[in-house]
Design a binder for this molecule. Sequence first.
Ligand code: NAD
Length: 353
Amino acid sequence: MNPFIYQSHPARVLFGPDRLDSLGDEIVRLGAGRAFVLTTPEQAGEADRIVQRIGALACGSFCGARMHTPVDVTEVAMAAVAEAGADCLIAIGGGSTIGLAKAIALRTDLPQIAIPTTYAGSEATPILGQTENGVKTTQTSPRVLPEVILYDVNLTLGLPAAMSAVSGMNAIAHAVEGLYSEQANPIISLIAQEGIRALASALPRINAAPLDVSARSGALYGAWLCGTTLGAVGMALHHKLCHALGGTFDLPHAQTHAVILPHALAYNAPFAVDAVARIGTALGRPDAAMALYGLNRSLGAPTSLRELGMPQTGLEKVIELTFAKPYWNPAPLDEARLRTLLERAWEGLPPAA
Ligand code: NAD
């Protein structure tokens, strides 16, 4: 066994149908009594329902969360939180909403209760990405890790099938890179492998029947495991490429992960033999990169950067950004191989053998 360091993060996780019923108790348990609810404009109805549900424990809401946590949005939300005299934050939504709560927690140290409604996994990480003047920067701090996560499967039933597919692939990407991470360790590898298995089993069932509660529970469980992996160990080339693509060309986050993942795994495969074997076991097929490409296709998820609106002329910029500030990666960075990876991903071709 390779030497390793394992550092756990505190987590209080409540999982199950109707978990939202516990929200009031969890606010009180935190010693709070003035909860401020955050979400996106699209989920404003959810925020209203939460405010009604917790009654006197609520002190206000802000429904302006946006992708990639723009600092100007955080500043507007901060003013509303201060005016309301909030003593805790409730984030109901996907990674964008949870990112806003983290950004406020970083500046105020207010405790957070995250109620995830996608599979992005941000709720389980001490990582915050923020965008200012078109530049996205990422930092890690225990201040941004939510104190409580409430996973209520009922809140995920309305996530459209197409978004469920790409959000699930985004989660799988965390676990794939966790298995070949520089900080890979036996506990996180168990969690990551099980996360991939749970999502790969659930996503086709959700695609066929979006209201299937058992499949939705499986996906949410997988999302938690994959998010835990992301929060515990460093990521590699796949996340670097998605960061460069999303930040520079404003591509949709989860869709970009879905497109790039099979290609990044194929690139790393010869240098991550054990990880690839475990990913293959979790997917039920030994050719892990092709299995992920096939999963994307069977779910109707995007397979090309072209269909996400990426200009082909931008590929060189992505290579430049990848070399400018590289992440640790199992395979050495090779300009020609990277160009092939990106060109195949742009075209929507299967990953290189
Ligand atoms: P998102 O939060 O932007 O959600 C996409 C859209 O779907 C939004 O309009 C949202 O309101 C809507 N939505 C969410 N749940 C829904 C539901 N159940 N039913 C109907 N609509 C729903 O998308 P995302 O992929 O969850 O998050 C992406 C963001 O999260 C990016 O900014 C990314 O950088 C960040 N992220 C951060 C981390 C981290 O650890 N810091 C991890 C993963 C993602």
